[in-house]
Ligand binder design. Sequence first.
Ligand SMILES: C[S@@+](CC[C@H](N)C(=O)[O-])C[C@H]1O[C@@H](n2cnc3c(N)ncnc32)[C@H](O)[C@@H]1O
Length: 500
Amino acid sequence: MTAEVAPIPEISVAEHALSPNMRLHTDALIAYFQRVVQSGEDTDIAKSYLQTLHDISHFVDVKSRLVSGLPSRRDAGLSRETLLQFGKLLKDRRLQARLSRAALGKKTGLSEATIKFIETARTRPTRGTLLRLMAVDALQLTWADLAILRELPLPIDHSHAVSALEQQPAGTMNWYVTPGYDGVRLVEDLARFLQGAGGLVEQTSAYLDHHSALDYMAMTRASAVTMAHQAKIPLHDIARAIIANSAGVGLNVIVLGAGNGVLETKLVQDLIAMQPKVDVDLCLLDISQPLLSVAYKHAVDTLGGIAGMHIWAMQGNFHRLGSYTQLHYQPSRTQQRTRIYTILGCTLANLDDEAQFVLDNLNAIARPKDYLVLDLQLGWGRTPEEIMANDPALRGEIPKPTARWLEGPIRRSCPDVREIHMTCRLDPAPIQGSYTLTVLATVRSQSQGERVFSMFRFRRHDRALFVQTMSDLGWELVAGPPMPAEQGRELSAVLLFRRR
Ligand SMILES: C[S@@+](CC[C@H](N)C(=O)[O-])C[C@H]1O[C@@H](n2cnc3c(N)ncnc32)[C@H](O)[C@@H]1O
């Protein structure tokens, strides 16, 4: 009996997207495996991976030269002056680190002669060589140091972000603060509310200050469910469904609630890999200034420098979409672009009334044929008994990172708090087939006795009933690729809708 050989799938990836993305990834992997080699663990395996990665890196260089007609990094000529300057820098750092050429050779896997030739400007360092040198901590080489090699395009680093910004025409907007946005007042209002008698805190307040943003990011990193969701979400299939209907049309991706921007950036990477010519405007909107800066940096580090890609951030409130004309205005003379709204990280399911948000807010600005990409957590039962018995969130204590994130604003606003006890309660929800998990904080303090705040709400949905609700609201399902099963069932869903 012979095993059936699966046909190799046809990958339709545009070359222009292949090389920048592959460069970023191979450079990051090379740096990682160099550290593994230095650590002395699994050295042989790491060395063999390194060799393969250097081959891939070379392949990408050659490929990008063929596609762009430009000289590759390897061929780029550097002036003698630049080589002398870099050689001197390397020598100074090596001597400061008290390393002989032989010792540095041992650490980097480079020959003594190569190091000598670089130091004396007799050869130009390849990208691979630079990466090896940079991996030696004692040399303290940073990308900023390598700025003298500006003639040589560098791998992923901050200069990449800077050069991406430099490439935008002068005066191009990259950060917009909406009229009336006042981050300090938002935090002050929240503090005043938390000093009161108790009540419901709208989800917006969970991300406002820097501490909340840090605790939120720590919480997502600590959550196995969130990390699995982020890693496995089939955004590639969503991108394919969008491109199938928008071939050759420019895309405006409008991210509502950017968070760390990882999923949204991944979606854009998939989209541009399928576009014959990159033409994407990515707007990241968030109310949290610290989170928005994380998302913006991630997007620029990943996508910056790609011709045809424009990235900008908008500090604002997604409950006021109608007043942000920058998001939806399009001069009638210009060619219509495809707009894609994203609400990822299960954000829609944290809103107090998600159907109302779509009806009264999103629908006010969305045009026919606009797309909406969102994700949801799915329910564990239909009856309260079934849900109580099966939903893991209702068993045991609130996980510590979640408690720390949601308690933070209370502790910062009410210094005389003695104790905060967090519990999770099962509540009904507005959309049929869904239910709410409400996180309650019972706060005991010296001056005010006991008070109860509803700090956050997570909703779980029934996929089919949610799709029906969206259809009633004017959004048709276009794609809902299956999520990989966990614990024997699908825990979440990602859905692509199109406005009728
Ligand atoms: C659950 S996180 C999701 C983040 C990200 N999309 C992801 O996939 O990880 C929700 C995000 O929405 C933002 N947000 C919450 N309320 C908002 C509001 N009223 N206006 C704008 N952004 C808001 C938060 O700051 C946070 O970054």
